[in-house]
Every structure is written in structure tokens, then in C-alpha cells.
Design a protein around this ligand. Structure first.
Ligand code: PLP
Length: 481
């Protein structure tokens, strides 16, 4: 942990170097690019052996420490990990292993990433992210207002992480319709103190567009971000790949493993790619999508093409048409050239379509880099939930089912496959009931969510100006820290 890790923006031709704290508080780089590590730190086979069997908080502190450096001292990082992944947040954790891997078939595993406070894997990253920000802000003596938009899982996960911290306040925009009653109530019950829930009469895209418009206004330029382009989120997701790998191979460190990842914004699978670059023997990262299969088509054809709009599916947290984190991979494909990266991304932003062929790259360049892909339909997911249940693999949610479906339909290669479980079935009970005729009993912490979360939302008109007024009224001044 003695080396100082540094970051650059994917679009910065001057290659200005930033530290972890700076990229954490900025979110998006000022030039519109995303921050990536200048050089990826390495995990040797010996280190992997040492980490095998360690409690998750220890493994996390070591691996993430390589990406944070001196900005947060090791002892503080350990406390952050212990606070984020404590028993209250992860009551279902077994023996301190909060990301357990279990086998459902020869060579087919599930890694459970959704034991956190809101029942979605986003807790794995947002719990430590809020604490990292709190640490840095406390040191600098600052306070920051965060503004976000959610279609469901991000909202409650970010709110659960930020609630009660006195260095920040969070305003979360969500569409008035479209979220499940459970998701809405999970957010509503966290309103108050430093959490503001705003309901927008419109769709998720409207909420996201309002956030983008407000951030362009100099008055609000210093609002912070908790969405998945924040490098702090990616950094906190890398350790569970290390743990998942070690659990899947046991003594056979060095044996290759494939991971299958239910994907929307490309944040989770990008963390897997960084873990692989750090030295974890991951053979393939298999991107699993639903009917919104932009990334599947990209990996198979080399063409990245945005559809007119996202389809609403039974795995709604993956209903995304633009995968924000993909730019980090684009930068690598262009050998860290910010000019080519900007050109490719601008072409996409302008026309909604880019083809590797027009940039001198082979159509299968992502496959050559170790990615593969597949997608599922609503029926495939129902069938897969039923199949896993009938073979004794337990009850999975529709996002996890997407990954298991894609894994089962890849040709057997003798390499173990680990499917990431990104949500608990309690969040999507209607689909689970349709698949197997019943739902698992609710854990006590989720038993009365709908009843507890009545209300808690301020209704604000669907326009950036209306939300700006709301921010001025609720938060006051937005001076630079
Ligand atoms: C956010 C989310 C995903 C997609 O993750 P990305 O990092 O955006 O690719 C998948 N499943 C669930 C349940 C989620 O909440």
C-alpha cells in the first residue's frame, strides 16, 4: 500500500494526474471523460494465496488499498470496510463471508452479492463509497450536496449508505411511476435528515436528463455524484471478484475461472476486468443482458448502437441503453489515446451508432480481450428461476436468472463459471411467484417495507428549473468547497 496510485481522465490530452480523493469527489472528469488508473496495481499469485480464506473485510482492505493509496490511511480503510460490511448491514452473512460462492452444478457456481441492507449488489459499492467520501470531506472540512437519479436500486442503496452522515446531503430523483411498490417504499422510509426523495412525473430518462442539465449550470457545478461512473464505486467492486475467484478454485490458485455478470451500466463487469488486469486468473467475463441487449450485440458484432428507447423488462435494473462505464474500456482499446476515445464517444453521442471497423479495430476486439456475451427473454428468466429451484439451487431473482441462463447456454469448456447474484428475490416477488408459484419467507428486516415506506416523496414538476428551485429551497447555497 506504499505506492501512490494515480488517475487520468479518458478524454484529457494533457494527462493531468489526480489522486483517489479527487476522483472520488469529482465523479465525472471536467472534460466529460471518466477517471481510470494510470497504471493498474498487481496482485501476485503469492498475495492471492495469502488472501485466500481471509475475512472479507481484510481482503477488501488489501485489494482496494492498492487503488486508494495514501489518501485514506490503511487503518481508516480497515474501519471503513468494517463499518460498511458489518453485521447490521449484512445480517445474512455466514462466518464473516458476505460474498459467499455456492455450487449448483458441476462447474456452475453462484456468488451472492446482495446480502446488503437494500438487497441489491449496489450496497457492496455504495456502503464503502459514502464512507470514503465522508472521510475525505471530514479531513477537508467540507460538506457536499449529492444529486442522483434512480430507476429503483441505486436510490435506496445510496440513501442507506449516506443516511445520517453529516458531511453530505443526498437529493434523489425518481420517476413517479415505474418502480415496484417495494422499491418505492425502500426509498420513502429513508426520507428525512440528510435524505430528500423527489418524485418526478415522468420516466427515469427524464430524471437523468434533469440531473445532466442541472450539472451544466455553473451554480450547481459542485454537486457530487453517486452514480456508477464514480471510480470509487468500481474500486469497491473489484475485491469481490478476488474473493469469488478464491472461493471457486480453493487450493488450485492459478486455475482459470469465468464470471457471468448481469449487466446494465457496465460497472460490475468493468470491475471484473480490472481484477483480471491486476492478476486474478479470470479467463472470460461474460456480459449477460436482458431484452435490452446493446452490449451483447456490441461484443458479438463490434457495433455499438443505441435503440430508440429502453424496453421495460422483468429485470428492470438492467433496462439501460447507454452503458456509462464502457468508455473506460474504449480507452484501453485505443491504447490509452484520449483523442481517439473522445472521437469514438462523440460519434456515439452524436449519431447513436459507432462501429469498430470505422476506427481500425477488428469487429471481435472485445472477444479477443476476454469478453463474451449473451441475453435472455422474460420466458428464459422464468424457466431459469424454476430450473435452479428444482435442482436444489435455491430461489434466485430475475437478474441472477439472466446470468444463469446465459451461462447454461454457453458451450461447456471445463472452466468453472461463477454467476453473480445481484439482487434478492424479495425485491422482485411477482416474477418469482410466476416462476415457481410461491416466494421465500421474508427476512424480518424486509417484512414490513411497503407499510413503513408510505409517503416520503416531494413531488416536483418535470423540469430542470423546478428541481433547481427545490435544491435552493432545501439545501441553500452551492458554493465551492
Ligand atoms: C444495477 C444492477 C445491475 C447492473 O449492474 P451494472 O453495474 O450497471 O452493469 C444488475 N442487477 C441488479 C439487481 C442491479 O441493481
Amino acid at each position: 500500500m506504499s505506492e501512490q496510485v494515480t488517475y487520468v481522465s479518458t478524454r484529457d490530452v494533457d494527462e493531468q494526474i489526480e489522486s483517489y480523493s479527487d476522483v472520488l469527489l469529482q465523479g465525472l472528469a471536467p472534460d466529460g471523460g471518466l477517471f481510470v488508473p494510470d497504471a493498474v496495481p498487481q496482485l501476485s499469485a503469492d498475495t492471492l494465496r495469502t488472501l485466500s480464506g481471509k475475512p472479507y473485510t481484510e481482503l477488501f482492505t488489501h485489494v482496494k488499498g492498492l487503488l486508494v493509496g495514501q489518501d485514506i490511511p490503511a487503518q481508516a480503510q480497515r474501519q471503513i470496510a468494517q463499518g460498511a460490511y458489518n453485521e447490521e448491514n449484512f445480517p445474512g452473512a455466514y462466518d464473516g463471508n458476505i460474498v459467499p460462492v455456492y455450487q449448483i452444478q458441476p462447474d456452475l457456481f453462484i456468488q451472492q452479492l446482495s446480502n446488503g441492507p437494500t438487497g441489491a449488489f449496489k450496497d457492496m459499492a455504495l456502503q464503502p463509497l459514502a464512507r470514503d467520501m465522508d472521510f475525505v470531506l471530514a479531513q477537508r472540512g467540507g460538506w457536499v450536496a449529492l444529486l442522483g437519479a434512480t430507476s429503483g436500486d441505486t436510490g435506496s442503496s445510496a440513501e442507506a449508505a449516506v443516511k445520517g452522515l453529516n458531511t453530505m446531503g443526498l437529493v434523489m430523483l425518481s420517476p413517479e411511476t415505474g418502480m415496484s411498490a417495494f422499491q418505492r417504499a425502500q426509498m420513502g422510509r429513508l426520507s428525512g435528515e440528510n435524505i430528500y426523495n423527489v418524485s418526478i412525473p415522468g420516466r427515469f430518462d427524464d430524471c437523468q436528463n434533469i440531473v445532466k442539465a442541472i450539472k451544466k449550470d455553473p451554480e450547481f457545478a459542485h454537486l457530487g455524484a453517486v452514480n456508477s461512473i464514480n471510480w470509487g464505486r468500481v474500486a469497491s467492486q473489484i475485491p469481490y471478484y478476488v474473493s469469488g475467484y478464491l472461493q471457486a478454485v480453493g487450493e488450485n490458485i492459478g486455475q482459470p475461472v469465468d464470471f457471468v455478470v448481469p449487466t446494465g451500466n457496465f460497472g460490475n463487469v468493468l470491475a471484473g476486468h480490472i481484477a483480471r488486469k491486476m492478476g486474478v486468473p479470470i479467463r472470460k467475463l461474460i456480459v449477460a443482458t436482458n431484452e435490452n441487449n446493446v452490449l451483447d450485440r456490441l461484443i458479438q458484432t463490434g457495433v455499438y448502437e443505441k435503440p430508440v428507447e429502453a424496453q421495460i423488462t422483468t429485470s428492470p435494473s438492467m433496462d439501460i441503453t447507454v452503458a456509462s462505464n464502457y468508455e473506460r474500456l474504449v480507452y484501453e482499446l485505443f491504447s490509452n489515446d484520449p483523442t481517439l476515445t473522445s472521437k469514438y464517444m462523440r460519434e456515439f453521442e452524436r449519431t447513436g451508432r459507432v462501429d469498430f471497423a470505422d476506427f481500425g479495430l477488428p469487429a471481435d476486439v472485445l472477444q479477443k480481450l476476454g469478453f463474451d456475451s449473451g441475453s435472455s427473454t422474460a420466458q428464459n428468466r422464468l424457466d431459469t428461476i424454476a430450473w435452479v429451484y428444482h435442482i436444489g439451487g435455491g430461489i434466485i431473482d430475475p437478474h441472477t436468472a439472466d446470468a444463469v441462463y446465459v451461462a447454461r447456454h454457453k458451450k461447456a469448456s471445463g472452466v468453472p463459471m461463477v454467476c453473480m447474484s445481484t439482487a434478492l428475490p424479495v425485491k422482485f416477488e411477482d416474477t418469482v411467484r410466476e416462476a415457481i408459484g410461491h416466494v421465500p419467507p421474508r427476512e424480518p428486516r424486509f417484512a414490513h417495507v411497503e407499510a413503513e415506506g408510505q409517503g416520503g416523496f416531494d413531488l416536483v414538476p418535470n423540469s430542470p428549473e423546478a428541481v433547481k428551485d427545490y435544491l435552493r429551497r432545501k439545501i441553500g447555497s452551492f458554493a465551492q468547497l
